[in-house]
Design a protein. Structure first.
Length: 238
């Protein structure tokens, strides 16, 4: 099931952008090592297609059901398949686990990146034990993924907090401007109503000054101390 949203999700754009960067890194690594073959690069092709689909959906502000867990699991499975077909520990893309770690950090911060790192580390250690690899190298790669997951998770947490703060500030500013515009429209309406309901120039002038003060600043405390209101009081006293 897919749902359309009115506002874009910045996390999705970050995930897509970083995924493209990682995919370019995969391709360059394979090209430099001379292992850019059709069959062994099938998981890479699937990752490219997957990211193209995510790009289109995000551009349309559409999300699939359980979008974030599905994104992380898909990256994890395809990156694992790519890691296996490219030689595992001894392949040019032994760092393939970086993709799900980054995706997990973007969507679930430290917890998501740690879970992705642990799951991919299981595959790394398995290959180190059962495919003639080096267990020490597998442990080093796994530990590196764990450290990177913490770093990227904390960076993501800081970035998301900053984005939320900016969004709340923008929302508050928009609400304030909307309230101010509403008050000004109300002031114009009340002024028009006052002009049409009385022939007393004194009352019209008083209403105009008072309403103008309200339109300029709808804060009641400010209105009470506003010079225009003071002018109204002096006019009444005169």
């Amino acid at each position: 099931m897919m749902r359309k949203y009115d506002l874009p999700y910045m996390a999705d754009w970050f995930a897509i952008s970083l995924r493209w960067v990682i995919l370019i890194g995969y391709t360059v690594s394979l090209g430099l090592s001379g292992k850019l073959a059709l069959f062994t690069s099938l998981p890479l092709a699937l990752l490219i297609v997957w990211n193209l689909v995510m790009t289109v959906l995000t551009g349309l502000n559409v999300r699939v059901t359980y979008h974030r867990p599905v994104s992380i699991m898909t990256d994890l499975v395809l990156a694992g398949a790519f890691y296996g077909t490219q030689g595992g520990l001894w392949g040019p893309t032994f760092w393939a686990g970086l993709l799900p770690v980054l995706t997990g950090a973007i969507y679930f911060e430290v917890l998501g990146s740690l879970i992705a790192a642990v799951l991919f580390s299981v595959l790394v250690i398995y290959t180190g034990l059962n495919t003639g690899g080096n267990l020490t190298l597998a442990i080093i790669i796994s530990a590196s993924l764990g450290v990177l997951s913490l770093v990227f998770g904390l960076l993501s947490h800081s970035m998301i907090r900053s984005m939320k703060g900016n969004r709340e500030q923008m929302r508050g500013e928009e609400e304030r401007k909307g309230h101010l515009q509403t008050e000004r429209m109300r002031a114009i309406y009340e002024l028009t109503l006052a002009l049409s309901s009385t022939l007393s120039y004194t009352r019209v002038l008083e209403s105009a000054l008072n309403i103008s003060a309200s339109a300029l600043n709808p804060d009641p405390d400010h209105i009470l101390s506003d010079p225009l209101v003071g002018a109204v009081m002096l006019f009444k006293g005169g």
